[in-house]
Design a binder for this molecule. Sequence first.
Ligand SMILES: C=C(O[C@@H]1C=C(C(=O)O)C=C[C@H]1O)C(=O)O
Length: 277
Amino acid sequence: YKMAKAEYNYTVDSARASLVRQEDTIIFGLIERARFPLNSPTYNQSYTSIPQFRGTLLDFLVRHTEAIQAKAGRYINPEENPFFPENLPPSVVPRYPFSQFLHPAAAMININNAIWKLYFDELLPMFVASGDDGNYAQTAATDLSLLQAISRRIHYGKFVGEAKFRESPQGYEPLIRAKIHPNFLYSRKLCTNVAHATVIEDKGALMKLLTYESVEEMVVKRVKKKAMVFGQEVSLDRDVKGITYKVDPSVVSLLYQKWLIPLTKNVEVEYLLNRLD
Ligand SMILES: C=C(O[C@@H]1C=C(C(=O)O)C=C[C@H]1O)C(=O)O
């Protein structure tokens, strides 16, 4: 059967609305992972001795899950980026014609290696308790869905970058051109004058142009509030003694401020630098 061509186009507003909705997924993902303690055997290769597999239990679960999800068509959607793109099987389902909103160079941008490392080195220790309760498979499953939610959010920077470019090409084009053409950069580098300084500043200028500090402040405040609302104990009793949250709301805002927002912006810059190729 024939599928209609998807005409959906993103705007800065619609992209922002999606990021707001994705906050819910990320915060519930944090709450779900925080149900379990660290459960370090999940990440320790010497714990598993799976026949014909080298790696941790988490690696095992992620590689096999991504393979089955790839077959089911998950990565046809340009909003999705696999953690292990090498050797993924092709989709076996009809190809939905997602709108070709992004520049083709977008497909080359996948920073999941960095996100993976960040998750284990920085993020997990911020919001899980130490300890071991044996639920390694469940732990790995919650890690994967949280990692996917975080990855989708950060790579959404491609859509935000494209929407911003389309709303103001005359603002972005000169900054992109200044940076991406090595010859141009090289010839400017030979001059020790103000023009040189301008070129060096161009990645910064691009970053500046796409940054909206007031929006970032709202994001950071809102995720803290959502963590309070989503993570509170709901009781039918009148007086609940002492409010405890399932995941620390200030950790959620810190996580956004320190990692998710900066990485989203890096993806925006990276995408825009390739936008005119
Ligand atoms: C995503 C955007 O770009 C930047 C990144 C933001 C974020 O990651 O939440 C928020 C504002 C901008 O500084 C946006 O403008 O909405």
